[in-house]
Design a protein around this ligand. Sequence first.
Ligand SMILES: [Zn+2]
Length: 263
Amino acid sequence: MDFLSLPGMSEYIETTRLLYRHGWAEGSGGNISMVLDGVPEDAPVKAVFPLSPDTPAPEGLSLVITRSGSYMKSIAADPEADLCVLRIRGGGAELLWGLKKGGRPSSELSSHLLGHEARLAADPKHRVLMHTHATHLTAMTAVHPLDERSFTRTLWQQCSECMIFFPDGAGVLPWMPCGTDMIGRATAEKLREFRMVIWAQHGVFGAGSSPFEALGLIEIADKAAELYLLTAQLCVINSIPDEGLRRLAEVYGVTPREGWLDI
Ligand SMILES: [Zn+2]
């Protein structure tokens, strides 16, 4: 079985490279997982990683995820060392491919499983969850109120693409320690209603039907955050009014989150 030829795998690997080039994956920061279609039922199992009994792992789900401690900058050079394909079965994660030099799946595996469960319930086309340290979105959490309606409205007002690509808005979580069940569960709860969740003083989680879609969502939001930061200390005399945001939504056939526009 050639796991690298599965649908979405080449795009997934290209995305790891792009995250590093964006400057959003310093050190071993960030992780990506993608639900896989087409993994054979009889693929041999190389190892099993137990899952916490609290993790409501979707039985039979196959996914690819980064290795714990892997560097985005080097995944593309040797994917079989830095990625793993897992199948969830019987309360454990069966290793079907990857980790050829040893290691474990990302420590955020439980958060990703919870997140996939939440997104798949909302959208059957969902496949990808991506955590990255998007610079401008993270900087914005230092200087902007964190209530998600206000935070999203500021992003929407910066440039036209935001309303078109995330009319559902962005969830925002206050700072909390990463790598904990608490942040994993809080993120999964937000993912039930948002495709993007911003972690204050840390980064962002984005979801999509493909790696490029999830990446594109974060890129657009981060560009808007950059525009905000470039102008926040200036005398801003123009931004997109609610009337304009409503018009954009009509033109592109999207529905703004209920109650988040004032008109
Ligand atoms: Zn992180």
